[in-house]
Design a protein around this ligand. Structure first.
Ligand code: HEC
Length: 132
């Protein structure tokens, strides 16, 4: 009986975890999201490192990207306007290395080891502008 309750509890926890992954709270640097220099720097980084998977065809999107499962999201979607910048920062930092993305077979690279905090914030600032 206890085992059953424990199992149920674990399942409920796992289900919650899927919908709302825990990510660290982060304070967006003051003025970042409206700073045109930071946004422009983010666009350069995006074209260099992200557009093969997340870009439009004229930005160098690879045809391979059409077959990713789960797909690489199109950040032009207005849905990204309301996404928490701290979540975007965290996903760029850890990529596919954490669950649930890892077990879903994501190909999103972790950029934490290659980009510094400033660069990741520049990307977040750009994604926010790119969102329709
Ligand atoms: C090799 C292809 C590839 C590259 C390169 C890539 N990504 Fe991704 N990315 C993905 C895929 C596929 C997903 C969807 C699966 C997931 O969420 O892990 C994703 C997910 C994301 C997410 C989470 C979106 C959400 O709604 O949860 C963010 C943010 C992101 N990528 C940002 C970036 C940034 C910024 C770069 C460049 C520094 C980048 N990605 C480079 C493939 C890629």
């Amino acid at each position: 009986m206890f085992r059953l309750i424990f199992l149920l509890f674990a399942l409920i926890l796992a289900a919650c975890g899927e919908r709302q992954p825990n990510y660290p709270a982060r304070q967006v640097p003051a003025g970042l999201l409206t700073d045109t220099i930071q946004i422009a720097a983010g666009q350069v980084l995006f074209r260099e490192k992200c557009a093969t998977c997340h870009g439009h065809p004229d930005e160098g999107r690879s045809p391979r990207a059409n077959f990713f499962q789960p797909p690489a999201p199109d950040f032009s979607s207005p849905a990204y306007r309301t996404v928490d910048p701290a979540y975007l920062f965290w996903r760029i930092e850890v990529g596919k290395t954490v669950d649930p993305y890892l077990s879903r077979g994501s190909v999103m690279p972790a950029w934490g080891p290659t980009l510094n905090e400033t660069e990741i914030w520049q990307l977040v600032a750009y994604l926010k502008v790119r969102a329709g």
